[in-house]
Design a protein around this ligand. Structure first.
Ligand code: PLP
Length: 400
């Protein structure tokens, strides 16, 4: 017999969190590592937001709040959704959690019965399939191709839907590929969903402010207002305001679903942290210049990283439209032989080789449901990007 519950079988820890732990451990052991695994902005929370959090603490906002978040924050979120996404939500449509991840987790907890299916387009953020499995659901991974810009096609969606389908999870801009769905692409997916009224939609828009070139973020619900009664919009302050450690994210959707999620929040975490919520109000209602500045900074790093990776033999890199990751193919390295004489048989081997040989940390595409690729974050300095890519050049040259 085992201590652990059966529902833990088949669930694994987050590969991106594990990569961070590995880098931290190597650095603690004295190794210098160029870290391209970073899943968060590399600069501090803007000063006025930190000051707002501190002021809230000093003013005594140190107690439990409502389980679904303070009225002030839920109003600020409703205002944000109206202002930036032209979506008419009321505070009662909103639940605040300890990060966007926490709301997605509780949405699955609230809605999945054993065997219910959740369509997860690949490449996907590592946590979706495991969170589904943890709640007894079955992740239905639908592959996409580079040719389609790593986006779910209406035909693939239609083919994946069964009577057991509960949710489709759409992530735009996407982690790890940076794919950004256009209004027309969303409308075409919406046509399929309209034919299947039992399928609900999660839209994870946590990277909405980081889009590059001609790409624009379209909130799926603004393209598909007729799906409002079966859509849960997910967003938060982690990425846009460099607030990952404050742990504030939210869901907006139909009241019965929000009530069910709130019930689970009340029985688990009780409420999000009071100071984090106060700071999130400042983030959403205060000056927004820092967001545009961060997007511009990420844009220039993206350009440099794509340019340098295209010079590394064996790497094929399309410029991502959004988020802060590139997702190059390393198919050209598979089968090559390391100086120790072993063959690189997969992207997992490539990650290992680059870490050991070049001291460059990346994450394997296999973890994101797309083998033969790497995820590399450009949420790091240009100098780090240049050094890491030059190390990659050397490491690839050492292969035979
Ligand atoms: N959704 C996606 C696609 C992410 O990449 C992440 C973080 O890496 C999250 C959600 C989690 O955000 P939060 O910090 O609000 O939990």
């Amino acid at each position: 017999s085992t201590l652990l519950a059966q529902r833990l079988f088949g669930v694994k820890p987050s590969p991106s969190m594990a990569a961070k732990t590995r880098v931290d451990a190597m650095r603690a052991a004295g190794r210098r590592i160029v870290d391209f695994t970073i899943g968060e902005p590399d600069f501090p929370t803007p000063r006025h937001i930190v000051d707002g959090g501190v002021a809230a603490l000093l003013a005594g906002q140190t107690r439990y709040t409502a389980s679904n978040g303070t009225p002030a924050l839920r109003q600020a979120i409703a205002d944000k959704l109206q202002r930036e996404n032209a979506l008419p939500f009321k505070p009662e449509n909103i639940a605040v959690g300890n990060g966007a991840k926490h709301i997605i987790y509780n949405a699955f907890a609230a809605t999945l019965n054993a065997g219910d299916e959740v369509i997860v387009p690949a490449p996907y953020w590592v946590s979706y399939p495991d969170m589904v499995a943890l709640h007894g659901g079955t992740p239905v991974v639908v592959p996409s191709s580079q040719r389609d810009g790593f986006k779910l096609t209406p035909a693939a969606l239609g083919a994946a839907i069964t009577p057991r389908t509960r949710w489709l999870v759409l992530n735009t801009p996407n982690n790890p590929t940076g794919a950004v769905y256009t209004r027309d692409e969303l409308a075409a997916l919406g046509e399929v969903l309209k034919r299947h009224p039992h399928v609900w939609l999660i839209t994870d828009e946590i990277y909405e402010h980081f889009v590059y070139g001609d790409a624009v973020h379209v909130s799926p619900l603004s393209a598909l207002p007729e799906l409002a009664e079966r859509t849960l919009l997910i967003n938060g302050v982690s990425k846009a305001y460099a607030m990952t450690g404050w742990r504030i994210g939210y869901g907006a959707g139909p009241v019965p679903l929000i009530k069910a999620i709130t019930m689970l929040l009340s029985q688990s975490t009780s409420c999000p942290s009071s100071m984090g919520q106060a700071a999130a109000v400042i983030a959403l209602e205060g000056p927004q210049e820092s967001v545009g500045a961060a997007a511009a900074l990420f844009g220039s790093r993206r350009d440099r990283m794509v340019q340098l990776l295209r010079e590394v033999p064996g790497f094929e890199c399309a410029p991502p439209d959004g988020a802060f990751y590139v997702f190059p193919s390393v198919a050209g390295l598979i089968g090559r032989i390391t100086p120790e004489g072993s063959a690189l048989s997969s992207d997992v081997d490539v990650v290992h080789y680059l870490l050991e040989h070049a001291s460059v940390a990346t994450i394997d595409g296999t973890s994101y449901g797309m083998p033969n690729h790497l995820r590399m974050s450009f949420a790091t300095g240009i100098d780090v990007i240049e050094q890491g890519c030059s190390f990659l050049q050397d490491a690839v040259r050492d292969l035979s």
